[in-house]
Design a protein around this ligand. Structure first.
Ligand SMILES: *Cc1c(COP(=O)(O)O)cnc(C)c1O
Length: 218
């Protein structure tokens, strides 16, 4: 399966300076990742720890690896030495483990908190109340959280044809983002192949795009 170079260039031009592209390469071979790397892409996203651990050593070391899947606490240690940004943090206990493993590795791990915005029950994430609670806990004991840096929020909208619904979900996430990350330097990771243009109109500054670049997954 060849990558779509033309689409890549088109998306890069469309995003401009203010929106970052994470190329989602899950299930795709390292040759495809290398081909996009040669086009200039440096940020790649993966969902599965084992797959990422297999691919990482085969690829250039200046790739910034984003972990965008559901991360289990017992697997944090495998990606901690080199992961760039963990998007899907959806519990205080996972955040604790990330903080602990980052401390062991003498680094500060950058993370996004995942918020549940979709109608589907199956999608992971914190409710707005849980988000507020996590932010409050961190704020109350900053010295206990010295090895994590919560950079912003991530969310996945419903798989809906109805752009009205998806737009409302993105708007809700943007409003939480503005509340908790008001300094204008936070990261708001929202938007995928099917909805990234809408996500950008609603205020996203980081999109995660897979199938438009790498083709459909099997
Ligand atoms: C797979 C995945 C994507 C990319 O999806 P596409 O529809 O292929 O662009 C983005 N974000 C997350 C969390 C994913 O799991």
């Amino acid at each position: 399966m060849a990558i779509d170079r033309e689409k890549y260039r088109e998306i890069i031009a469309q995003l401009g300076e203010s929106v970052q592209l994470v190329a989602v390469s899950k299930t795709k071979p390292v040759e495809d990742i290398r081909a996009l790397y040669e086009e200039g892409q440096r940020d790649f996203g993966e969902n599965y720890v084992q797959e990422l651990v297999d691919k990482q050593p085969q690829l250039p070391s200046d790739i910034r690896w984003h972990f965008i899947g559901h991360l289990q606490s017992n697997k944090v240690k495998y990606i901690m030495p080199w992961v760039h940004l963990i998007h899907g943090v959806d519990s205080l206990s996972l955040l604790k483990e990330i903080n602990k493993q980052a401390a062991k590795g003498n680094r500060i791990a950058e993370v996004l908190l995942q918020v549940h915005i979709a109608r589907e029950e199956t999608k992971f994430g914190l409710s707005p109340d849980e988000l507020a609670e996590v932010m409050r806990r961190i704020g109350a004991h900053p010295t206990a959280w010295q090895n994590v840096s919560v950079r912003g929020l991530m969310g996945m909208a419903s798989n809906a044809e109805d752009t009205e619904v998806v737009g409302q979900e993105f708007t809700a996430l943007k409003s939480l983002f503005d509340t908790f990350f008001p300094d204008g330097r936070g990261i708001l990771s929202m938007g995928m192949s099917g909805d990234y243009e809408l996500a950008i109109r609603k205020g996203s500054n980081m999109v995660r795009i897979g199938s438009l670049l790498f083709g459909k997954r099997g």
